[in-house]
Design a protein around this ligand. Sequence first.
Ligand code: HEM
Length: 212
Amino acid sequence: MLPNGADTDIVAHSYDGFPVAKPDEFVTFLRALPELARLAEFTASRPAARAFLEHPKPTPVSYGTEAYFGVAAFLFSNSSGTTRHGRYRFRPGAGVSHLSAADAAKMPEQFLAEELDNRLRRGPVTIHISVQIAADGDPVDDGSRPWPSDRPEIDVGTLSITRIVPADDERQRDLRFIPTNLVDGIAPSADPMLVARTQSYRISADRREAGQ
Ligand code: HEM
């Protein structure tokens, strides 16, 4: 929510990558997921999908101790008109920490929300936001291929979460996060996922608003 009344969204998840690069492949991947044989056939020729499925996804101690990755590249332009492809990276001020599988298995289903509420009673949760800058030749239209970790990062600010806002169902239902809801100086890259996501997120949010 911006001071001028506008709003913009960043959508990021806790894996630095995505199983596929193209929307139609994502449909094939989602349809293959329930069937092991079909999934094995799908991942046989797709290392990114295999890596995504095989990558450990430990449960974080807190939403505030997890790292998040924007995956899709955007075009960032500065005041002197220089434009660079970049990807968002969120790093928790408290550092990344996960539960052991055994401890995670003991936790109640929705423990992260409660944990965050308790954590915020002790002070704000900070998340450092940076933009990783692509080097020439890095894939800017393929979120399934992370860029090498030695790429320069620009620190663009710190998010301080101070409290949970009691939100009734209606308010939560109306929330929508659209990855291409951007502001001047930030533009979508040629990543085909961005168009597909914008359309499908809107459909999903419209259905939610309609109570479907
Ligand atoms: C073509 C590819 C993709 C499709 C079709 C897709 C589809 C969706 C849909 C339908 C939703 C629910 C939106 C809502 O109901 O408000 C969603 C949520 C989400 N997606 Fe994707 N997605 C795609 C790719 C990605 C990628 C690459 C990321 C990586 C960051 C991502 C991260 C998320 C996150 C974090 C949410 C949760 C947003 C929330 O909590 O409201 N998705 N996605």
